[in-house]
Design a protein around this ligand. Structure first.
Ligand SMILES: Cc1ncc(COP(=O)(O)O)c(C=O)c1O
Length: 407
């Protein structure tokens, strides 16, 4: 127990309800320490982390490179605001530009904020370059782009929008992977942008078809609309490419990144070309903390590890290992019908009688020492560290098999 206040996990969890707003309902597990892909709770019990803080801890917990980066920068400069140039932000921006289509970068603090910035940039660009009537945003059913008001309204899940008042004008949701549906609503006169996750994460780990993304690219180009890829979950090595668009061979006009970008330090980024970025003139957008030196220095060191070819090829090898073992577990204790996703963003679509019950796996997994995620009601999700060891994979999956055996 490392807290003076609480004598047990249960006591800390109970206290949560007395001081926190009720928008979360956390697990009874109260993690207090993490090393690599192992987590320890208040009582010292160990858990294998297959969730990675929802696709964030790309290098695992307390990776020595990150610990050293924090120490190093924390002794120099933490925060000055964007009134001043900061060198760690320049270094990180340069790495992102060198390794992607981008020519300019804007930093913020989260995925929602990155998408908020991307959508504002797209509307502003259409307004400046074409006409004030060109403001429509096309997005997809089941998509998730964050919890700010604009991003939640653009997202394709009604449950997140209900009760928050009128939705801003000019947002159109159509079915994912359905190019014909996009063709019916896109127009040169009104469409400012299409925003799409190359793999829908929160919506159930649905990968876009290559022909769909290629088709969106062509439609955007033909209609003077911008193509925004939300790579908050798929970016930074998650699919075995630095960004998923590189695996698809389809280049967006704007790309958003967060989650694994900081490996656990809050940071988000909007990437775009020089021409499109030129609409974000001084005063049009900003963030006090966005790209502060501490976050950028850590993200810069995370970037170097993720962008190592060994890390990226390791992602594909680890996927293969996990999927192979899951298939053999499924042969013994059938529980899923389909493996979805790419790289280390893996979704197991549960078999019919288990659909709607994905969350029911979480407590027994935690009981056996395994931290899992769901994606919607029908899918179990794996988004572990990109560096998870074979030993932790094997141990985690044997704990998982034990959960199935006892069901
Ligand atoms: C694709 C996608 N976009 C945006 C977000 C929002 O990111 P954040 O929670 O950092 O605001 C998420 C979070 O799950 C996401 O998966």
């Amino acid at each position: 127990m490392n807290s003076k206040k609480f004598s047990s996990s249960a006591e800390a969890r109970a206290f949560f309800n007395t001081v926190m707003m009720p928008n979360y309902n956390p697990s009874p597990v109260v993690p207090v320490k993490g090393v690599g892909s192992r987590i320890f709770d208040e009582e010292g019990k160990d858990y294998i982390d297959f969730g990675g803080g929802i696709a964030v801890t790309a290098l695992g917990h307390c990776h020595p490179v990150m610990v050293e980066a924090i120490r190093e920068q924390s002794e120099k400069l933490w925060h000055m605001s964007n009134v001043f140039t900061n060198v760690p932000a320049l270094e990180l921006a340069e790495k992102l530009i060198r390794n992607t289509f981008a020519e300019r970068v804007y930093f913020c603090n989260s995925g929602g904020e990155a998408n908020e910035g991307a959508l504002k940039l797209a509307r502003r660009y259409a307004h400046d370059k074409f006409s004030p009537e060109k403001y429509e945003i096309i997005s997809f059913n089941n998509s998730f782009h964050g919890r700010t008001f604009f991003t939640v309204c653009v997202g394709g899940q009604d449950k997140y929008k209900q009760g928050f008042g009128p939705i801003p004008e000019g947002i159109i949701n159509v079915p994912f992977n359905d190019l014909e549906a996009v063709k019916k609503v896109i127009s040169k006169k009104k469409t400012a942008a299409i925003i799409v996750e190359p793999i829908q994460g929160e919506g159930g780990i649905f990968a876009a078809d290559e022909s769909f993304l290629k088709g969106l690219r062509e439609l955007c180009t033909a209609n003077d609309a911008l193509l925004i890829f939300d790579e908050v979950q798929t970016g930074m090595g998650r699919t075995g490419h630095l960004y998923a668009y590189q695996g698809y061979g389809v280049t967006p006009d704007i790309l958003t990144s967060a989650k694994s970008l900081g490996g656990g330090i809050p940071i988000g980024a909007v990437l775009s070309t020089e021409e499109i970025s030129s609409s974000l003139v001084v005063g049009t957008h900003g963030s006090t903390y966005g790209g502060n030196p501490l976050a950028c220095h850590v993200a810069s060191k995370v970037f170097d590890v993720v962008n190592d070819p060994k890390t990226l090829s390791g992602v594909l090898e680890k996927r293969e290992r996990i999927v192979k073992k899951l298939e053999s577990i499924n042969a013994k204790y059938p529980f899923f019908d389909e493996v979805r996703g790419r790289g280390l963003l893996i979704g197991l679509y549960l078999k019919e009688e288990l659909r709607g019950k994905a969350r029911e796996f979480l407590a027994p997994c935690a009981e056996k020492g395994l931290l899992m995620l769901v994606a919607g009601l029908d899918v179990l999700r794996f988004a572990p560290s990109l560096l998870i060891s074979d030993t932790d994979i094997d141990e985690g999956l044997s704990r998982f098999e034990e959960v199935l055996r006892l069901r």
